[in-house]
Design a protein around this ligand. Structure first.
Ligand SMILES: Cc1ncc(COP(=O)(O)O)c(C=O)c1O
Length: 393
């Protein structure tokens, strides 16, 4: 299968990991030689309940027996999508009440940006250096990493960049600004958290000038940081909240949520302000609903904070300069990209899956399923320490 993979399936790099997958269960992924790999990545934060979680699989199977796609988004009343959006609203602060379901995170970002323009009648969008919001043209326009977007210009006009956590830059948000879009915790930049009340100050500035605040919680959202949404750690409620990844429980999804007043703007002047065929797909919404129920009804969120402490306690080594992030969204910062590469590749050989971050070459991603056990954490951390001990420093 490997040669067909390289021959027929389009690649994103010249050197994909190319592990040939047989099946996956709990915190483990198995290759076609039946070698078990402990998963410290969770499909890049997209499988919060691990692999093959019975509640998720049953929800998908039950829905599959009823109906799959029946109509484009928004026309028919389909129970999984209605229940999912209602449950999201139940767990969100007022006025975040109405959710638009999309097929991917980047599409939800596109919808959020469009909604901000439509609502304010303004065109300027402000984003942050080193931000990642997805790969379609709008999301790429607000990506704060020139090297990866230059080849695709021209992109959206009227996009300005500020530095995350730099309060002086907030002056750039003005009455011309439609919206500022930020990741609540910057992911690709290296799991950079907001400090000194920065997000609160962004919120205040937006309210002063009538700009909308979009928080991208596609990665930190859905329990990964120990709370359902990352913004709950700060005193900052966005005007538009974007989620995705873990919400789907292993199925492709994106979502943006706003007040009813804002969201209703997408259905008139012009009507069909954002449309999609498959958004809110019943199988995916059923999977997401089961996932969201499990995360909000279990103790997985408080446990994520305890598991963070366990990882921080175990992973002490001279080659780990810092552990960034919150809950089970953690990044080890090593002295060099070479050391990071060695850790990730050697750990894979030893049966532990780790991964990179997009823009911080010294970071090792640790974003396991929230369901990972303490024993599995200890096992994985010991593999990392064993590999670190083989590296000269
Ligand atoms: C913060 C953030 N925003 C947006 C996206 C894009 O989501 P998707 O890959 O589902 O389009 C990602 C995906 O990695 C992300 O981490």
């Amino acid at each position: 299968m490997k040669s067909d993979f390289f021959k027929y399936q389009a690649q994103t790099t010249t050197h994909p990991l190319a592990m040939e997958i047989s099946h996956a269960n709990g915190s483990y992924i198995y290759d076609t030689n039946n070698k078990a790999y402990l998963d410290f990545v969770a499909g890049v934060s997209a499988t919060p309940l691990g692999h093959n979680h019975p509640k998720v699989i049953n929800a998908i199977k039950e829905q599959a027996d009823k109906y799959l796609h029946v109509m484009v988004y928004g026309e028919y009343i389909q129970k999984p999508a209605v229940e999912l959006t209602k449950l999201l609203a139940k767990h969100l602060p007022y006025p975040l009440e109405k959710t638009y379901l999309t097929n991917s995170g980047t599409e939800a970002i596109e919808g959020a940006l469009k909604l901000a323009k439509r609502a304010t009648g303004r065109s300027e969008i402000i984003s942050a250096h080193n931000a990642y919001h997805g790969n379609t043209m709008g999301s790429l326009s607000v990506m704060g990493y020139e090297e990866r977007k230059q080849a695709f210009r021209p992109l959206l006009p009227d996009v300005r960049f500020i530095s995350f956590n730099n309060e002086d830059d907030l002056n750039h948000i003005t009455t011309k600004t439609a919206c500022i879009i930020l990741e609540t915790i910057q992911g690709s930049a290296g799991f950079v958290e907001s400090i000194n009340g920065y997000l609160e100050k962004v919120r205040q500035r937006c309210s002063e000038v009538g700009a909308l605040l979009i928080l991208d919680e596609i990665q930190p959202g859905i329990g990964r940081t120990g709370k359902l949404f990352g913004f709950e750690h700060y005193n900052c409620i966005p005007d538009i909240l974007v989620t995705g990844k873990g919400l789907g429980g292993g199925m492709p999804i994106g979502a943006f949520t706003a007040s009813a007043k804002l969201m209703d703007l997408l259905s008139e002047n012009p009507k069909l302000g954002h449309i999609t065929t498959f958004g809110g797909h019943p199988l995916i919404a059923a999977s997401a609903l089961a996932t969201l129920k499990e995360i909000t009804e279990s103790d997985l969120m408080p446990l994520a904070l305890e598991k963070e402490q366990l990882i921080r306690k175990l992973l002490v080594h001279p080659l780990i300069l810092e552990i960034r992030g919150k809950g089970l969204m953690l990044a080890l910062i090593t002295p060099s990209a070479d050391i990071t590469n060695t850790i990730i590749l050697k750990c894979q050989d030893l049966g532990l899956i780790l991964f990179w971050l997009l823009f911080e070459p010294k970071a090792v991603r640790i974003t396991p399923p929230l369901t990972i056990s303490n024993e599995e954490i200890i096992k994985g951390c010991n593999i990392i320490l064993d590999v670190l001990n083989t590296i000269q420093h």
